[in-house]
Design a protein around this ligand. Structure first.
Ligand code: SF4
Ligand code: SF4
Length: 203
């Protein structure tokens, strides 16, 4: 597929706006209540299968604001080429939030991994890990549409770092160490090129 972005790392095109667009320094669910999880998320079919395989464990970490019937946790699968398996399965919304969001604003999938001493993102869907970034048409880019719905991290006065700075750990997770090093080099080259363009315009 033809893509408008020139740089590609580990199969993902890179939208250079991730180096300049602003966001909050870090997430604080005490302030935002995990608002980005109010709409549910699309998981890859493989992620869906992994989550369902540990449904009994998930149930133990859910609270009384969450639905305990696993058959009500997911929507019907649908074809989507932005997912590794080519199939996306959305999580359902219950009580005005993703079925996996607890009443304190924590993701049960992440909470339970931490409780069990596992890697924190073992069960967490990739698109949840990446937000405010998203993979759209093969490119790692900014999820403007979803950011625009937010009432805390979307406010300019709260946006003090770049999305890249905010999401370093998540990007490293996606691209791997080598891919992340390549991204750092691309970031430097890109920022230098826009600086040079600006100087040329001002002359
Ligand atoms: S992305 Fe925004 S809404 Fe989601 S946890 Fe972070 S600050 Fe809260
Ligand atoms: S799976 Fe977890 S992180 Fe993703 S939307 Fe649901 S509660 Fe939020």
């Amino acid at each position: 597929m033809q893509n408008k972005f020139e740089k590609r790392i580990n199969g993902f095109y890179i939208d250079p706006q991730i180096f300049t667009a602003k966001f909050v320094k870090s997430c604080d669910t005490c302030i935002c209540s995990g608002e980005c999880c109010y709409y549910g998320v699309y998981t890859d079919k493989k992620e869906y299968e992994k989550i369902i395989s540990v449904k009994d464990r998930i149930l133990k970490s859910m609270d009384d604001s969450q639905i305990k019937d696993p058959s009500k946790w997911f929507e019907q699968p649908e074809v989507d080429p932005d997912f590794e398996s080519g199939i996306a399965v959305g999580t359902e919304v219950y009580n005005g939030k993703c079925v996996f969001l607890d009443k304190q604003g924590f993701c049960t999938l992440q909470k339970m991994a931490i409780e069990d001493g596992e890697f924190k993102w073992k069960y967490k869907p990739l698109y949840c890990i990446l937000f405010p970034l998203v993979i759209f048409e093969g490119a790692l880019t900014i999820d403007d549409e979803h950011i625009n719905r937010m009432h805390y991290c979307n406010l300019m006065q709260n946006q003090t770092v770049t999305i890249f700075e905010h999401s370093k750990e998540e990007i490293r997770f996606l691209l791997g160490e080598k891919g992340f090093e390549e991204l750092l080099q691309y970031k430097e080259d890109y920022l230098n090129s826009i600086k040079e363009e600006k100087i040329a315009i001002e002359k």
